[in-house]
Write a protein that binds this ligand. Structure first.
Ligand code: FAD
Length: 432
């Protein structure tokens, strides 16, 4: 009997999950690997970072997604590298063989020349990042009240966001609303006039990948919410607690949020010519150049054409469409049929600014405002995995819509484990 082909997929993000779903009940053996045991809905991470939602609202356990799929297994592991000649990947739990390998490992924060100070910047690329940001923001508010170190209160309360793309403006909007509605209620002793939310954008427009209307409206909405927006302002340096701009101005704050870009996150082992600007170069079938049975999809894949010289945009629908299409193509290969080239269908892009305003660019129609926000809200609720996540998120949003409340600003830090203290305690118990 012929052996069932083994398909190994690295990454349970938007592309990986969609692809595995497309293999349901097909005659293939699928092994999905991710460093985390959950799928993370990144577009709503800014809400976790600002206390609007809990992590459980936007993350879903991978095993639960696929528990009814008899041909799918999951391993939680870090994939380290690929050995193309041996059809093997090396992982934190050992070596794994594959017949077909799909790399769907997404992207990571691009710090550009801020790499040396990256540990002092807050980022928003994972759930731990979002929780760290939430901890810092709410801890700083507590700290501002106590202010034992006698720092200027502005430095503790002010927030600087570097990068005016979707993540930067969504964060700025949520923080401005928090400043307006939550802080006066929960921290009535704090002087609000000392807290500012500042957004720095190197180019002339916010939301550079969207339409001019979306860019202009998002600027207007942010200003209405009291955000200080600095356009054409490139941050040059970050020293101690001060960010310095190219125009000579500077700003001192405890909280600098870096949302200035992402880069592909490929695994090691590919020849240099297969990597273009941190992404894996693929052809129209998402096949990695120079290989026969390795494919890449989503943020990590660069499908470069004259229309898209930098590759397709790093967006969830691109990853999902590629995942679904590639699954069909692999089944075609197995049936000795011709593969079909991938074509991206842009169904629209949107971003929200605060609780009631959004900008939506559909291929033939653009709109902004309150209705756009309702569209944004329903699209995001329906995109969440799992009935529980959808329901709980909808209820949380409905409550905060009417009550202007963001009730979840708890500072949750992992308990510290000190092996020396542990050993001492065991010894003391034994001696006693
Ligand atoms: C803050 C934020 C907001 C966003 N908002 C939007 C939005 O509004 N609309 C939109 O369309 N897109 C948005 N995006 C982009 C969107 O999330 C990505 O385009 C999408 O997640 C790409 O899907 P993917 O499958 O390629 O990668 P991901 O969804 O990132 O999944 C990659 C997976 O691979 C795993 N992984 C990576 N490396 C390894 C390894 N070596 N070993 C094991 N596992 C590994 C990761 O843990 C992760 O689960 C946003 C992104 C961010 C960060």
């Amino acid at each position: 009997m012929a052996k069932t082909p083994k398909i190994v997929i690295v990454g349970a993000g938007f592309g990986g999950v969609k692809m595995v779903r497309s293999f349901h009940k097909k005659s293939v053996e699928v092994l999905l690997i991710d460093r985390n045991n959950y799928h993370n809905f990144q577009p709503l991470m800014y809400q976790v970072a600002t206390g609007g939602l809990e992590p459980g609202n936007i993350a879903y356990p991978v095993r639960r997604i696929f528990c009814k799929y008899k041909n799918v297994n999951f391993r939680m592991a870090e994939v380290l590298s690929v050995n193309i000649d041996k059809n093997q990947i090396s992982t934190s739990i050992g070596t794994i063989d594959y017949d077909y390998l799909i790399v769907a490992s997404g992207s990571e924060t691009n710090f550009y020349n801020f790499e040396p100070v990256k540990n002092r910047l807050l980022t928003l690329k994972s759930l731990p990042d979002a929780l760290q940001m939430r901890n810092r923001i709410f801890q700083n508010l507590e700290h501002a009240l106590a202010n034992n170190r006698k720092e200027p209160i502005e430095e503790i309360m002010n927030i600087a966001i570097v990068g005016g793309g979707p993540a930067g403006i969504e964060l700025a909007g949520a923080l401005a609303e928090m400043r307006k509605h939550v802080i006066p209620k929960e921290f009535p002793e704090l002087p609000l006039s000392k807290m500012s939310v500042n957004l720095y954008q190197s180019g002339p427009d916010l939301l550079a990948g969207m339409s001019q209307e979306a860019s202009e409206k998002s600027l207007e909405y942010l200003k209405e919410l009291g955000v200080n927006v600095f356009l054409n302002t490139r941050v040059k340096k970050y020293d101690d607690k001060t960010i310095m701009m190219e125009d000579g101005s500077s700003f001192t704050t405890d909280t600098v949020i870096w949302s200035a870009g992402v880069k592909g996150s490929p695994i090691k082992g590919f020849p240099d010519e297969a990597i273009v600007s941190h992404r894996i170069s693929v052809n129209e079938y998402n096949k990695v150049k120079g290989t026969n049975n390795i494919f890449a999809i989503g943020d990590v894949a660069a499908y470069i054409t004259s229309e898209n010289p930098k590759g397709l945009p790093m967006l969830a629908p691109v990853a999902q469409q590629q995942g679904e299409h590639l699954a069909k193509n692999i089944l075609k290969i197995l049936a000795n049929k011709e593969m079909e080239p991938f074509e991206y269908h842009n169904k629209g892009v949107m971003a929200t600014i605060g609780r009631k305003r959004a900008v939506v660019d559909l291929p033939n129609f653009k709109f902004q405002g309150g209705f756009a926000w309702f569209v944004w809200m329903f699209v995001h609720i329906f995109s969440l995995l799992g009935f529980r996540d959808k329901t709980v998120t909808f209820i949380d949003w409905a409550v905060s819509y009417f009550s202007y409340d963001q009730p979840l600003g708890m500072i949750l830090k992992p308990a510290e484990f000190n092996p020396e203290t542990e050993k001492k305690e065991v010894k003391e118990k034994e001696e006693a």
